[in-house]
Write a protein that binds this ligand. Structure first.
Ligand SMILES: C[S@@+](CC[C@H](N)C(=O)[O-])C[C@H]1O[C@@H](n2cnc3c(N)ncnc32)[C@H](O)[C@@H]1O
Length: 265
């Protein structure tokens, strides 16, 4: 299945680039959490695969925060890969790019030997069964010390929660629009585009319940699972294959946040 068939088009890529600053609630906190939670020391050598890298913001923050890490950034959108290529050029051989179709089983071998698989706002394009298989493939291909860390929209269990997330999302987006641009115009664009998934569910988007995803991650082999952050139905969650090791020489959340904010400036 091509990316177009899976429902995401170049029009979506352009719209996401225009609106993401406002459309993604506290985007910098979400991405910084992924950077800070990588179970490696600042100067360790490790390899990361990013699924659905978009403009390469997360990949660049990882490469900045961990000077000996390398990243393979995958996406299905030509324009997104072009943006990522420009952003990651300064990292030379530590950054590699590739085109992929998230839903296809064919690229899964590209996670071979990786120490972490990360993804932000992409895997909800897979069905529940697709996510379960992805977690199994990631666990099979990656090293014994690997982690899988995800930001994504998650499916609420009850009507009350759908409404709650929809309301919090609108409030966060309107505040961000006014804060960032001094006007509500970007927020109005979001409303016009019916972007609030929790108010306007879209069949192309298939978030799964957080509880199920944690169980799938654990059953796949990422035995130590947790949710670290959740706002407006957007969650940061993941699993780790090995137990926590020495906490010395880890980068702090503040450092991770600075690395992300530099990319978003
Ligand atoms: C909402 S954007 C998120 C981008 C970036 N990770 C971020 O957090 O800003 C979703 C990304 O997933 C990619 N994507 C969506 N469906 C895909 C598919 N089936 N195969 C490959 N990439 C896909 C899009 O091209 C886009 O870059």
């Amino acid at each position: 299945m091509s990316q177009e068939q899976s429902g995401w088009t170049e029009v979506d890529s352009a719209l996401y680039r225009e609106l993401s600053a406002v459309a993604v609630p506290r985007r910098e906190e979400q991405l910084a959490a992924l950077v800070a939670l990588l179970p490696f020391g600042r100067d360790e050598v490790f390899g990361v695969v990013e699924l659905g890298c978009g403009e390469g913001v997360l990949a660049a923050a990882v490469l900045d925060a961990y000077p000996r890490a390398s990243v393979l950034a995958l996406d299905g959108s030509a324009s997104m890969l072009q943006e990522t290529s420009a952003r990651l050029q300064r990292f030379g051989g530590r950054a590699r790019l590739g085109e992929f179709d998230l839903a296809s089983p064919e690229w899964r071998g590209r996670m071979a030997g990786a120490d972490a698989v990360v993804s932000s706002l992409a895997i909800h394009h897979l069905s529940g069964e697709g996510k379960r298989r992805l977690f199994e493939d990631a666990a099979r291909e990656t090293t014994e010390r690997a982690a899988m860390l995800i930001v994504d929209v998650v499916e609420p269990a009850r009507d009350e929660a759908w409404r709650y997330h929809a309301d919090v999302y609108d409030m966060a987006a309107e505040l961000k629009s006014r804060d960032q641009t001094g006007s509500g115009d970007l927020y109005e664009r979001l409303v016009e585009e019916e972007w609030n998934f929790f108010r306007f569910p879209d069949p192309g988007e298939m978030p799964s319940p957080l509880f199920d995803q944690l169980a799938w991650l654990r059953d796949a082999g990422f035995g130590s699972v947790d949710c670290f952050w959740l706002l407006a139905g957007h969650a940061v969650y993941g699993g780790f294959k090995s137990g926590a090791e020495s906490m010395s020489d880890r980068i702090s959340y503040g450092e991770a946040l600075r690395a992300v904010c530099e990319q978003l400036a």
